[in-house]
Design a binder for this molecule. Sequence first.
Ligand SMILES: [Zn+2]
Length: 441
Amino acid sequence: MLVVNGTLVTFGENHRIIPSGAIRIQDGLISAVSATSDLREKYPGEEELDAGGKLVMPGLICAHTHFYGLFARGMSLGGEPPADFLQILERLWWRLDKALGLEDVRYSALVGLIDAIRNGTTMLIDHHASPRAIPGSLDVIAEAVNQAGVRCSLCYEVSDRDGPEATQAGLDENARFIAKVKSQKGLLAAAFGLHASLTLSDETLARAVEMAQSLDVGFHIHVAEGIADVHDSLQKYGFRVVERLADRDILGPKTIAAHCVHVDTHEMDILRQTGTRVVHNPRSNMNNAVGVAQVPEMLESSIEVGLGNDGFSNNMFREMKTAYLLHKLAREDPRVLGADQVLTMAIRNNAQTAGLFFPRRLGELAPGAYADIVFLDYIPPTPLTVGNLPWHVIFGVDGAHVSTTIVAGKVLMHNRELATLDEEEISARSRELAAKLWQRL
Ligand SMILES: [Zn+2]
């Protein structure tokens, strides 16, 4: 198939803007990128998808999310509002996840996947918890992912907070699912999920390391998200969180460390030296009032920080805007974290993280890369160049501009019409399930 008549924004090593550009898609991959006239001449008679002059760019990547979080939307907790992050976990998230059954898991994933397709997010790295419905929960999400046609890496968050049986079931669910997807070459991949230092004993970490090493995968874990994680680690183990996790062999180039809000300079050195993939989630951090991650410093010290949404909407344009604004305000310095750096995090660094899971390149329009492509109905009101593109994205582009979403060469949405999922039916069922779940809380 040829995507024709697009204003291509390629990203990648050879980043350029190609007016009236075309992309040839073959077997789920991009096989050629050039002018429309050029590719039409080379491949006459090939099926065409007309981009109608829209911006065409690689699909966005979310490096940390929780599909199940969607069922918290509009939920009333009752009583006093949580006063700190630990109370947010105890009164909201750990009540919600305990109430999830497998059908809730399926529909929260489906609704999240619709949101992803609508906002041009074509690859997500999910972190799942449903302590009363652990075995098979990743299969249920995997079925939703395959139905949607989006690319995902999944994991189950192992934690000691629900007793030894749940710990064991979580470990087993990761191991089983990782082994299962390893033999497949589809849209699915897996990491070994861990909740956070404060809910994991040394014994559980040791068992997880043994299992993950034998499966040759890295971890996906929350790191120093709130100050309580640091206090817990210092008190119980005499180490700060990153020091403890490094000492227990959790960190490394295959491991995703979400948040890293409360890390000191020594811990930043450890993150860099171990090549750990740090993921920043500014909307979540602001909502939970956990603090401001030292993202500018981490980027400066060559840590390739990426961007996740931690269960907020799958509109990664919003996450980019929030990152862009947050650090300026926090430092009272408008020079901090330029739009170019934000796009490096969202596009390049996230593509590197996604590269842990898929052998071909993501986050660029180039021959050999996956054909994960979005069209944006954005008409630039000022000149658009490779140099100023990041500022157009931050100040002008939003998820609502996404008109077409393609993953692995398959069209999942065209002109805002979803091709793989029935939004009305899924949302109706999701509302029923969420209402029942809220009653169970
Ligand atoms: Zn999270």
